[in-house]
Ligand binder design. Sequence first.
Ligand SMILES: Cc1cc2nc3c(=O)[nH]c(=O)nc-3n(C[C@H](O)[C@H](O)[C@H](O)COP(=O)(O)O)c2cc1C
Length: 354
Amino acid sequence: MPTLMRIGNHLLKNRLIVAPMAGVTDRPFRQLCKKLGAGMAVSEMVTSNSLLYGSAKTARRANHEGEVDPISVQIAGADPAMMAEAARHNVDRGAQIIDINMGCPAKKICNVMAGSALLQDETLVARILDAVVKAVPDVPVTLKIRTGWDREHRNALSILGIAENAGVQALAMHGRTRACAYTGDAEYDTIRVVKAAARIPIIANGDITTPEKAQFVLAYTGADAVMIGRAAQGRPWIFREIEHFLNTGTHLPQPEVSEIHAVLLEHIHDLHAFYGDVAGVRVARKHISWYTRGLVGSSAFRHTMNRLDSVSDQLNVVNEYFALAARADNRLRYENNDENNNTQDLSAASRLAA
Ligand SMILES: Cc1cc2nc3c(=O)[nH]c(=O)nc-3n(C[C@H](O)[C@H](O)[C@H](O)COP(=O)(O)O)c2cc1C
């Protein structure tokens, strides 16, 4: 089983990668995941429509100030020339790896034949990959796909060949088709078949929620790395938990309340600074809810917290909640007493992305 993960000239510190998630993997979240154990974090997708480069949202997504290497930026679009231009634009702004989105199932994206809709048109896939790889010769290009458009058209193996011919340097695969959206369980057989045929590193993705599942998926598929999305929401320390388990076969204890309180405060401050106070409070609300999901006594706290609009009110209730939690136990305690509480209901998070 390979133990090192390399993308072009970037040797990752481990085989654990944060999945790109629009509205989630902004710079503050990526930085935090890297600090808490992830070997790499892919940015939210950035549009290839240059008309939007001036918009605050797109400019913020291309801001990598202070970000730890390697900086991977995902671009989305369906026009080869525009995608090439977007790759150059983001490399000029600090991207060290360009990731191409052919995995997103969102209607907004697929309706313009981008994201996973591209898997239906292999000629266009080849043209986009060629154009992007040629546009940024000094930067590795990676590709993220689903297993195919629908169960009758699982063409991941064919896409692998196209990607390798174009010079793509790693392939991330979500074990579902576009038609599956987020329903059912991710399957790893297609990833296993693709890995067996691949000359480039393969990253396995989909429904990895626990250290045991990460270990299983790495072993079953033979993949070089695993990519984790929804299970990292509100649990950015999942990466160190998985790494510890892969290295030792044992579980870390639940983190101390005081540590997670400090992690969350730093995260909230970063979000307020990154987005400004008004949007920052709104974005932070979502993360605070995720951090506290399942914790003892947390639903009343979230009910209150979700109604607050000011930076100071938000920080005050978070401080109050964690002070109470620390009095009850020095480690995080979940309602269901599940020691690791890693088995999450991913359906709510998925609805956001559909
Ligand atoms: C809120 C959300 C936003 C997402 N945005 C993107 C995106 O911008 N680009 C992309 O390639 N995939 C995106 N995805 C898909 C994830 O990268 C990942 O493939 C999927 O969630 C399955 O992994 P998981 O089971 O570990 O969550 C998104 C998923 C979610 C839940």
